[in-house]
Design a protein around this ligand. Structure first.
Ligand SMILES: Cc1ncc(C[n+]2csc(CCOP(=O)(O)OP(=O)(O)O)c2C)c(N)n1
Ligand code: SF4
Length: 332
């Protein structure tokens, strides 16, 4: 005898929702909804990179009606999403080497052109190490040739996948496994990190933007805009990493927001080398509020702290605010 199947989980994220009438379905159950990075991956709790990648790639999927191919550098994003033989990706996805993602993206775009598949678009993505260090030459070449690829860097400010080593995007004074919090020069003492968005702008490519996981609508809008143009495009997304930053999992969004509100991470867009829009700071806060919740900066505070280093970080943030006009001048 056939008994009707009962669905008790109406309104949840289950696929069972797809069997309900359309007006009863949750958004997550819509067959049209793209979900590029599916559940089951192994990112840490509160991973900013998993969140940023999911929203960015989903937005690119929507913008291309699903006609999208991704090249992905070695790093956390690749490792937590594709433990062999499994994958969380729901789009054609190619794992490149650590350093050649941009070149692989270029190759895929060229292949699509030769095949006459002009509607198929390409993204290449990786962490800050794969982008600012080992992959930098390939990326600069991709920019210089104006290849039709959107490159997305998920910047967690160190080599997280291999145990939190310093990259050239690691900020000044941050503690990593290779820039220890002890000694006469504690933390990263090598300047302030490589500024890839500005370097990308210097190539005068059609579109450069920065974003964070604190404003996912802004991130989505920038991906959509990037996919509306052709040529080389670069998107730099700040993605807090609880493990590497020594922060609480529930603080990922708050830290990304504080990075903006302190001026540490300017959020802007640029076209052909010119800044075209900036996200203004609504509530300016001192850098200490951003740094204190992160154990990688703990050695800067307390009785044996380093006020000189804090002052330099504040001065760098103030310079960002001036350079990008992040705070509106209040008439006296
Ligand atoms: C040529 C080469 N050198 C080193 C490695 C080891 N390795 C794999 S991922 C990685 C670090 C990745 O860091 P990043 O690009 O910042 O991404 P994250 O893991 O932080 O997201 C390293 C050093 C490698 N795979 N290939
Ligand atoms: S180490 Fe950091 S980037 Fe890697 S999965 Fe964990 S939180 Fe995400």
């Amino acid at each position: 005898m056939n008994a009707p199947i009962k669905f008790y989980q109406t309104g949840t994220f289950t696929v069972g929702n797809r069997l309900l009438s359309p007006e009863q379905r949750a958004v997550q159950a819509s067959p049209e909804r793209s979900n590029a990075l599916n559940s089951g991956h192994r990112a840490c709790q509160g991973c900013g990179e998993a969140l940023g990648a999911r929203y960015a790639v989903d937005a690119a999927m929507r913008a291309t009606d699903g006609e999208l191919i991704a090249a992905n550098a070695t790093g956390c994003l690749e490792v937590f999403s594709t433990p062999y033989p499994e994958t969380s990706w729901q789009l054609p996805w190619i794992h490149s080497l650590f350093g050649n993602t941009a070149a692989v993206g270029t190759g895929i775009a060229a292949a699509m052109k030769v095949k006459g598949k002009l509607g198929t678009r390409v993204i290449a993505q990786g962490g800050d190490g794969g982008t600012t260090d080992i992959g930098f030459g390939c990326l600069s070449g991709m920019f210089e040739r104006n290849d039709d690829v959107l490159y997305i860097c998920y910047d967690n400010e160190a080599y997280m996948n291999t145990g939190v080593q310093r990259s050239s995007a690691t900020p000044y004074a941050a503690r990593t496994a290779t820039t220890m919090a002890v000694g006469s020069e504690p933390g990263a003492t090598f300047g302030q990190g490589k500024n890839l968005p500005m370097i990308a702008m210097a190539h005068q490519i059609p579109y450069v933007a920065t974003a964070t996981v604190a404003d996912l609508h802004d991130l989505e809008a920038k991906v959509e805009k990037a996919m509306s143009v052709h040529g080389a495009r670069y998107l730099h997304v700040l993605v807090p990493c609880p493990l590497g930053w020594g922060s609480a999992s529930h603080d990922t969004i708050r830290l990304a927001r504080l990075a903006c509100e302190t001026g540490v991470f300017p959020v802007f867009e640029a076209e052909h080398g010119e800044v075209t829009s900036v996200s203004k700071i609504r509530h300016r806060v001192p850098v200490e509020e951003y740094l204190k919740p992160q154990k990688r900066f703990a050695h800067l505070f307390g009785a044996n702290g380093h006020p000189d280093m804090l002052a330099k970080i504040q001065a760098d943030a103030d310079r960002n605010i001036r350079r990008f006009g992040l705070v509106d001048e209040v008439a006296a």
